[in-house]
Design a protein around this ligand. Structure first.
Ligand code: MRU
Length: 361
């Protein structure tokens, strides 16, 4: 099957090509980022968004810096320093999705082990650039594999038929593969299950309306767009069988940071006795963050709320709070689906065990 969704990011030695998601669903434009600053701006301004692909993009951003240093003829120490500084710049873009820091640390670790000037021919800056780019490509490939595994495991949780409520966007636009929560939905759909998706608009940036509704439409998955405020009455009316969302960071105890509005859905689901599932690659699990209370929630520009997508709704002097994410406590989460399968409470223990399977404990 050829997937009719454009690739969200392409990493090259001389540029990072970013599908400008701000123009979707109307135009499929690519930004050509030729410097780390341009990659950082694409992340900050939401041209590219969604935790897993943010990690992939940041990794390609570090590779770009390393290649730039090699191209300028910098020495090995200087090239490594440029890559490290690029990592700092990229980590500072958005604080909540742990995948950015995870991916930056991973490519820098690869560069440091294989590319340190003390290690023979690996001290060649051009080789350092190759090592970082290869590691970034590996992260992208592994994310595609993780999505496939999440899709298979998550699809098992979806009954036939099923009405699924989702929030934000968790599809091909924000991963290296078929998506996380949306990957599970797509896998169930392709297996012949009769799924229908309630797509939350996802205010204020409207990832649901602009991206998820479009992706599902292109993929042929039945979907209906609803205002965020519709969720409660849909559940009360028996029209939701499960809630399935992604994550930006999962703390060691299973608390989940995800797009603002997710927590409210979890509370509603609990009230109505509906399962609330989270799907994410293990790269979104941050076992060094003990609980959700330690997760930094990004506060974004008030203009996103006052003037959604540039249309002035509230007067310019209206005070605004714009937290981009919220934290759903683990006790409201029925299960977390990762590439290691379906994990249930007690998450402290089950996440630790799943982490040690992959040697990360
Ligand atoms: O602000 P965004 O669009 O980057 O927020 C994205 C989300 O909250 C997604 O649900 C999450 O990153 C999972 S993406 C597979």
């Amino acid at each position: 099957v050829t997937d009719p969704i454009p690739t969200p990011v392409r990493g090259q030695r001389d540029a990072v090509l970013v599908l400008d998601q701000r123009a979707l669903p109307h135009r499929e434009d690519y930004l050509e980022c030729r410097s780390v600053e341009e990659v950082a701006a694409a992340i900050r301004d939401l041209a590219v968004r969604g935790a897993p692909v943010l990690g992939i993009t940041a990794a390609f951003g570090v590779a770009l810096a390393a290649a730039g240093a090699a191209g300028r003829g910098d020495g090995p120490e200087e090239a490594l320093e440029q890559a490290r500084q690029a990592g700092q710049t990229l980590k500072a873009t958005r604080p909540t999705a742990v995948n950015i820091a995870w991916a930056v640390d991973r490519v820098l670790a690869a560069a440091t082990i294989e590319g340190t000037p003390s290690e023979g021919d690996a001290g060649d800056p051009s080789r350092l650039a190759d090592v970082v780019l290869a590691e970034a490509e590996r992260i992208e490939r592994e994310d595609a594999e993780a999505c496939a595994a999440i899709g298979a495991a998550g699809a098992e949780l979806i009954p036939d038929p099923a009405n699924i409520l989702t929030h934000c966007n968790t599809g091909m636009l924000c991963t290296g593969g078929i998506g996380t929560a949306q990957g599970a939905i797509l896998t169930a759909h392709r297996a012949g299950k009769r799924v229908h998706v309630w797509v939350d608009e996802t205010r204020p940036v409207l990832q649901g309306a602009r991206l998820t509704a479009w992706e599902l439409g292109r993929l042929g998955v039945p979907r209906t767009l609803v205002a965020d405020g519709a969720a409660g009455s849909l559940m009360a009316g028996g029209k939701v069988d499960l809630v399935l969302v992604g994550a930006d960071r999962i703390a060691a105890n299973g608390d989940v940071a995800n797009k603002i509005g997710t927590y409210g859905l979890a509370v509603l689901a609990q009230h109505h006795g509906i399962p609330f599932y989270v799907a994410a690659p293990f790269s979104s699990v941050d076992r060094s963050t003990p609980s959700g209370a330690h997760i930094i929630v990004e506060e974004r520009d008030p203009a996103e709320v006052r003037a959604p997508l540039g249309v002035q709704m509230a007067s310019a002097d209206t005070p605004v709070a714009n937290p981009a994410f919220d934290v759903t406590p683990a006790e409201l989460v029925s299960a977390i689906v990762t590439e290691h399968g379906v994990i249930r409470s007690p998450f402290q223990e089950t996440l630790r065990r799943a982490g040690s399977v992959r040697g990360a404990a």
